[in-house]
Design a protein around this ligand. Structure first.
Ligand code: FE2
Ligand code: FE2
Length: 170
């Protein structure tokens, strides 16, 4: 049985995943406007993943007889100063998400809620991957340091990223 507190925490996290999807779509839009279709593709796939996270939590909550109180989603940022700024913001956001996931796991432990504890282990490892991805890309962007040919190649590279579902079907 889910505690009231845990139900609220998962509700908040579900809305945060939707916010993440929306934020990454805003970043994807920005890159389309900047004619960087590979970077736009990267954030589009990133958004699809966030939506998948939200759906996982949606399903879990109902599976344990909880419910979602559907509410508003915070507004994402729509203006970005530079390529690097977008990735730094995404990285900061992922670090914040990690904190929230850890908080859920901590409360699950305190409450002896083994199912929620185990369910969120997947997200703990997912966050390790998310932070690492952003860190690596930030390092690459810094390495490129405005070099147009290198930027072109990185854009081509990011064009290849596919959504997991698409990857599995291929
Ligand atoms: Fe997520
Ligand atoms: Fe994420």
């Amino acid at each position: 049985m889910l505690s009231e507190k845990m139900q609220q925490l998962i509700n908040d996290q579900y809305h945060r995943e939707l916010f993440s999807a929306n934020q990454y779509l805003a970043m994807s839009s920005y890159f389309l406007q900047e004619d960087l279709d590979g970077f736009a593709n990267f954030f589009r796939v990133q958004a699809e993943e966030e939506l998948m996270h939200a759906m996982k939590q949606f399903d879990y909550l109902h599976e344990v007889d909880g419910k979602i109180e559907h509410g508003p989603i915070d507004s994402p940022s729509n203006t970005f100063g530079s390529l690097l700024e977008v990735f730094e913001e995404a990285y900061k956001h992922e670090q914040l998400i990690t904190k929230h996931i850890h908080e859920i796991v901590k409360v699950a432990m305190q409450e002896g809620d083994f199912a929620t504890h185990q369910f969120f282990q997947w997200f703990v490892m997912e966050q390790v991957e998310e932070e690492s991805t952003m860190r690596t890309l930030i390092a690459k962007i810094k390495l490129i340091d405005g070099n147009k040919s290198a930027l072109y190649l990185m854009n081509e590279e990011l064009m290849k990223r596919k959504a997991e579902a698409e990857e599995n079907a291929a």
